[in-house]
Ligand binder design. Structure first.
Ligand SMILES: Cc1cc2nc3c(=O)[nH]c(=O)nc-3n(C[C@H](O)[C@H](O)[C@H](O)COP(=O)(O)O)c2cc1C
Length: 268
């Protein structure tokens, strides 16, 4: 079962970013009924304080870390505050980036979107969010930016984001996110398979049979590596979900990608 964790960068009850994520949750519920979707309430996290690390005095942080560690994908919707992500979201990501070397964000698939009542849809906050996720070694989903402008006009009387164009953009992002999860699962399965094969070769070649038939096996970082082959590693960096490939390309920035008419805006 695919597990998705939703993170809204706004604490406002009437937040358009939270509304966008609720719409994404409904889309997932309709299109992938077996998936589980949980929201991470970042407002419960204390301000980051290094003195609190490792003391066990932060149950909200421990719960947040466990939630993210158990997720197949994150969907993060951010408002734009003065051209960047709100402090409350940065604070949450700072907590999640710890402990050093064991961050639950590392290797986690993460999709980014933004929403705002303004004409830019909060897109100016997206590059900073991508940078944060990259520095935590999350696997960001490559997709044309979803920056929902005039978002308050896309809410129904109940405050839900039901307007067609916004829902279509969110559905495409949900599809790209699940595709990225599938690609990562396949990559990890393939890495595990290669490791099993290498270990089997090492066992076979260390058996006391015909010395002449032995192939040289070297080790890198304690792992057996077939001679002539590189070490087996899970991929890092962005995943382009659209065509089922994992390119070596540099992370796509929201501002670099083509914009979606009306729902999204670009920097131009
Ligand atoms: C401190 C602050 C700074 C803001 N800076 C920007 C900004 O730089 N660009 C922008 O488009 N909107 C800006 N806004 C407006 C937010 O986009 C707007 O409040 C938005 O609705 C917040 O998202 P929410 O509805 O999810 O809470 C700012 C709002 C606040 C409170």
């Amino acid at each position: 079962m695919t597990k998705v964790v939703l993170i809204s960068g706004s604490l406002r009850a009437a937040s358009v970013n939270s509304a966008a994520l609720r719409a994404a949750r409904r889309i997932i519920g309709r299109t992938r009924p077996a998936a589980s979707v949980v929201s991470l309430p970042i407002g419960r996290l204390p301000f980051y304080n290094g003195d609190m690390e490792g003391t066990g005095a932060t149950p909200a942080v421990a719960a947040a870390r466990a939630l993210v560690a158990g997720a197949d994908a994150l969907m993060i919707s951010t408002p734009c505050y003065n051209g960047a992500v709100p402090g409350v979201l940065k604070n949450a990501l700072d907590w999640l980036s710890r402990p050093d070397g064991a961050s639950p964000l590392t290797g986690r698939v993460a999709a980014v979107l933004s929403a705002s009542p303004g004409g830019r849809g909060g897109i100016d906050a997206q590059p900073a969010l991508f940078d944060l996720l990259d520095s935590c070694e999350a696997i960001t989903v490559e997709h044309p930016p979803v920056a929902i402008r005039w978002a308050h006009q896309r809410l129904d009387a109940a405050g839900e984001m039901t307007e067609g164009e916004a829902v279509r953009a969110l559905r495409e992002l949900v599809d790209a996110t699940f595709e990225a999860v599938a690609i990562m699962e396949e990559q990890r399965r393939s890495v595990r398979e290669q490791e099993r094969e290498l270990h089997a070769r090492v066992r076979e070649e260390s058996a006391p049979v015909g010395e002449a038939s032995r192939q040289p096996v070297r080790e890198e970082a304690g792992r057996p590596v077939a001679d002539g082959a590189g070490p087996v590693r899970a991929p890092r960096g962005p995943v382009r979900a659209a065509h089922g490939t994992v390119p070596p390309a540099a992370p796509q920035r929201a501002a670099d990608a083509p914009s979606r008419a009306s729902v999204t805006s670009s920097r131009s």
